[in-house]
Design a protein around this ligand. Structure first.
Ligand code: PEP
Ligand code: MN
Length: 338
């Protein structure tokens, strides 16, 4: 519920109401503005009704938040959230490209690929140390050794690093090494992991589950914000449909929809979204055109030798071309590729 106070309401009145909301076991929100004070109450609306706020002399109006997600909704927070990964801002006017190999394979492969990404203009490096693989017999990632490699290369090349965390028990060690924590598609509804990552104090890149509705994604993000972490980036990475020509169906409808419904930035991952190298650049341009705040793209120094996701990874030259062809599209929609 959004509770708008009368202009003459004092800070004491606001505090008194916030205390009453908290005493009922609801989550109080304080949103002081220049012209008026707005407060919020999240939780069971029947309990809220017991406070009879509509008859309080200093309450001007009550507005229910209609969406099932609250903290992530634009109804509660009309302005865009900008997430900061070191010096890189995600959201706002800039268009951000996070790139890297699917996995940290070796120090050399990760470093060479990071150099290629940086030279072509990528803003951040992403590679997996803990890999969620469909088959248990495929490469599962180097774990802590991979994190150390990634951190060292991020520091050397001055690139913020993003990497996936799969287990609640690994959140601490991943947060110690990464600038942002990725929650992968397969874990989007792992609520224990969402809560632990929400408390880790680092920005989060939350990928849409392959069978998740947009509403499910936004409710998963709500878990992170409910733990006090507003630095959340959403990522559309394709969903399973009846179509089998591509690995997934990249749902670009979701991008303008998400931008309308929430204040959080949203990236597109055309690599997992298509699974096909030749489709990555066209879908990247489409993502920029429809309002995405950036991309998450897989690139590899030698995709033919990649230990995972080689078929969808761009060659170094392909990544350079992508960055060049993005520039005019990004500009055409009023954004800037830094
Ligand atoms: C990845 O980003 O490498 C990955 C495993 O992606 P997803 O969780 O979207 O499948
Ligand atoms: Mn991958």
């Amino acid at each position: 519920m959004i509770i708008v106070l009368k202009p003459e309401a004092t800070a004491e009145t606001a505090n008194e109401l916030l205390d009453k909301i908290a005493a009922k076991g609801l989550k109080p929100l304080h949103m002081p503005g220049i012209e008026r004070v707005v407060i919020g109450a999240l939780g069971d609306e029947r309990v809220l009704a017991e406070l009879a706020l509509d008859s309080h002399p200093m309450v001007r109006s009550l507005k229910p938040i209609l969406a099932p997600y609250k903290l992530v909704s634009r109804e509660l927070h009309p302005h865009d959230t900008i997430v900061r990964l070191g010096k890189v801002a995600i959201g706002g006017r800039g268009f951000c490209v996070i790139a890297g190999p699917c996995a940290v394979e070796t120090r050399e492969q990760t470093r060479n690929t990071a150099l290629i990404a940086k030279k072509a203009g990528a803003h951040a490096l992403r590679a997996g140390a803990y890999k969620p693989r469909t088959s248990p017999y495929t490469f599962q990632g180097h774990g802590l050794d991979g994190l150390k490699i990634l951190r060292a290369i991020g520091d050397e090349l001055d690139l913020p690093v993003v990497t996936e965390v799969m287990e609640t028990s690994d959140v601490g060690v991943v947060a110690d090494h990464a600038d942002a924590l990725q929650i992968g598609a397969r874990n989007m509804q792992n609520y224990a992991l969402l809560k632990a990552v929400g408390r880790a104090g680092k920005p989060v890149l939350l990928k849409r589950g392959m069978a998740a509705k947009v509403e499910d994604l936004l409710l998963a993000a709500e878990y992170l914000l409910a733990e006090g972490n507003e630095q959340v980036i959403l990522c559309e990475r394709g969903i399973r449909t009846f179509e089998t020509a591509t690995r997934n169906t990249l749902d670009l409808n979701a991008i303008p929809y998400i931008k309308q419904k929430t204040h959080l930035p949203v990236l597109v991952d055309p690599s997992h979204g298509t699974g096909v190298r030749d489709l990555v650049t066209p879908m990247s341009l489409a993502a920029a055109a429809c309002g995405a705040d950036g991309l998450l793209v897989e690139v590899h120094e030698d995709p033919a030798k990649a230990w995972s996701d080689g078929a969808q990874s761009l060659y170094p030259g392909g990544f350079e071309q992508l960055m060049q062809s993005l520039r005019p599209v990004v500009r055409a929609v009023g954004r800037e590729l830094a």
